[in-house]
Design a protein around this ligand. Structure first.
Ligand SMILES: [Zn+2]
Length: 220
């Protein structure tokens, strides 16, 4: 079985280093702005809206990186419960099964265990967000034409982490006392992808009734 980077370098299951925004750059300022409004207790639906005068691609780039860091951390904290034995297939319940595909090793959609899928996924995202041709960080370097398409793919796959974690490991989330934290992250993510129509609504189906708490009383 192929090992992914995390398994090779982090045998003790420590977390991979987070991608950081360089202080002084425009994107760092935008990240700080997004964090500040997030902490201000504003409605998450309002928080995700593009601030006046900012570029949509910068706004998406900042959020993709931030969601990757947070979701990677969430999965990391419960990865001890998600094993080859507990989750031999990457799925969301009985109805949804996810196959892995990339441009290198798995050219055809391939059934993987959930931990294996997550490893491939996190490595793949990390590679993309560190690729200057796709996520340029230098001032004046434009985003490539396919930028939003790549982000859609990243966000669609990150959504599957929530699907798997909510459907298969909800008890672990509760036991760890992480429910509020995971729900907030999910809610923020959900409003963001809805605001910019970044993930196909069919992909959202598995969590239409999840998580139980926060949708109650909401119109959607
Ligand atoms: Zn699992």
């Amino acid at each position: 079985m192929a090992l992914c980077l995390k398994q090779v370098f982090n045998k003790d299951k420590t977390f991979r280093p987070r991608k950081k925004f360089e202080p002084g750059t425009q994107r760092f300022e935008l990240y700080k702005k997004a964090q500040a409004s997030l902490k201000s207790g504003l409605d998450l639906k309002a928080v995700v809206q593009l601030p006046p005068g900012e570029s949509i691609n910068d706004w998406i780039a900042v959020h993709v990186v931030d969601f990757f860091n947070r979701i990677n951390l969430i999965y990391g904290t419960m990865s001890e419960y998600c094993t080859e034995k507990s989750c031999p297939i990457m799925s969301g319940g009985l109805k949804y099964e996810y196959r892995w595909q990339d441009d290198s090793k798995y050219k055809k959609p391939t059934k993987l265990s959930a931990p294996q899928y997550m490893c491939m996924l996190m490595d793949w995202i990390e590679m993309l967000i560190n690729n200057e041709d796709i996520f340029p960080t230098r001032i004046g370097v434009p985003f490539p034409k396919q930028f939003q398409q790549v982000c859609t793919k990243i966000l669609t796959r990150l959504f599957r982490v929530f699907v798997h974690v909510y459907i298969h490991h909800f008890d672990s989330i509760i036991n760890m006392g992480a429910e509020a934290h995971v729900n907030t992250c999910y809610k923020h993510f959900y409003y963001f992808i809805r605001e910019f129509s970044l993930v196909d609504h069919r992909e959202l189906e598995p969590l239409v009734r999840m998580p139980q708490g926060w949708r109650r009383g909401q119109s959607e």
